[in-house]
Ligand binder design. Structure first.
Ligand SMILES: NC(=O)c1ccc[n+]([C@@H]2O[C@H](COP(=O)([O-])OP(=O)(O)OC[C@H]3O[C@@H](n4cnc5c(N)ncnc54)[C@H](O)[C@@H]3O)[C@@H](O)[C@H]2O)c1
Length: 320
């Protein structure tokens, strides 16, 4: 079986795939036309990607292609409908990086409350200003509103519970088990917007959640509230968010994901929100811890082995 990996991938995962009898080509630089050409050249049976986009053209490039594996949980970068049409199965690795994303989310929440990025920046410029930065409210007793209490939302809420925060959530489904375990209360989306001191988004991306947070929703938040988006760029209307932060409609925001994200190889970030004070940004690194990538690597190997050993598609998002 030929496996083409077009993104960074854990070394031990490559070794395990070779042990399982696979011919593996690993080239994280493959994108767009170069990737289409490589798929055609290797005649791969399985394609493994992380952030690399998979288009209809790529799906047509190898007559043997049976399996596309997204080495992560979201799969909005893959033309799933096109894969289904061509009888190609798409599998993902859900939950493997949830803790990593939750850790970053909690880190950003503390960073916003304590203005850590601004403090560091001032120190780097030789400025000492204990008075300006000595005014954080603290997290204890404050309300965390989680929009989407799935795998990552759960891990965030669990950690926030350890900070004695008050927990509320909204979701399109009831998470009764989590409610019992964490003491988290389900509220309407509108109530969450109005009550939360920190709103953290953990819904899937795509058309169903496009601009879930826009001008109207921002206006419903408290002026002291912070917005966190470690889900997908399009979930927040960035222009409306930047206006809301600049005008004091909300206190600030932190993002790990952006509407028009630079490619992994790009060296520039031109997004105008970068200059807005009280908007903190990270480089879409939520899932990028060694622990998470090792776990994802192991899950990819499990999926490939499942296919080799029994023809089964583990974690298939488009079953036949
Ligand atoms: N920053 C990163 O590097 C990174 C890494 C991994 C995942 N993600 C993103 O994090 C998000 C959450 O991932 P997950 O693994 O927790 O997903 P999940 O499927 O486990 O949970 C998503 C939850 O959102 C709920 N939901 C769906 N639509 C909703 C809506 N309109 N309103 C309220 N709730 C809604 C679902 O019912 C579900 O409970 C995804 O967008 C994923 O792509 C980001």
């Amino acid at each position: 079986m030929n496996v083409l990996i077009a993104d960074k991938f854990a070394d031990h995962g490559v070794g395990a795939l070779r042990e399982a009898g696979c011919e593996v080509v690993l080239d994280p630089s493959l994108k767009d036309d170069k990737l289409t050409a490589a798929i055609s050249e290797t005649k791969c049976n399985a394609l493994v990607v992380r952030s690399t986009r998979v288009t209809a053209q790529m799906l047509n490039a190898s007559p043997n292609l049976a399996l596309v594996i997204r080495a992560g949980s979201g799969y909005d970068t893959i033309d799933v409908a096109g894969a289904t049409q061509r009888n190609i199965r798409v599998c993902n690795c859900p939950g493997m990086n949830s803790v990593a994303v939750a850790e970053l989310t909690v880190g950003l929440m503390i960073a916003l409350d304590r203005r850590i990025a601004d403090e560091v920046d001032d120190l780097r410029h030789g400025v000492w200003n204990k008075q300006k930065y000595g005014k954080a409210r603290g997290l204890k007793g404050r309300t965390l509103g989680t929009v989407g209490l799935g795998r990552i939302g759960y891990e965030v809420a669990k950690r926030a519970a350890a900070f004695d925060m008050r927990l509320i959530y909204c979701d399109v489904i009831d998470q009764t088990q989590m409610e019992k375990e964490l003491g988290i209360r389900k509220v309407s989306f509108e109530q969450l917007l109005a009550e939360a001191d920190f709103i953290t988004l953990h819904v899937p991306g795509g058309s169903g959640t496009k601009h879930l947070i826009g001008k109207k929703e921002l206006a419903m938040m408290k002026p002291t509230a912070f917005l966190l988006n470690c889900a997908r760029g399009g979930v927040v209307d960035e222009v409306a968010m930047a206006d809301a932060v600049k005008s004091g409609t909300i206190a600030g925001a932190a993002l790990d994901v952006y509407e028009n994200e630079p490619a992994a190889t790009d060296k520039e970030f031109k997004n105008p929100i970068r200059t807005v004070p009280q908007i903190y940004g990270t480089h879409h690194v939520g899932a990028s811890t060694e622990q998470a990538q090792d776990a994802v690597g192991e899950e990819v190997v499990r999926i490939v082995r499942g296919y080799i050993d029994s023809g089964k598609f583990i974690n298939c998002v488009n079953p036949a």
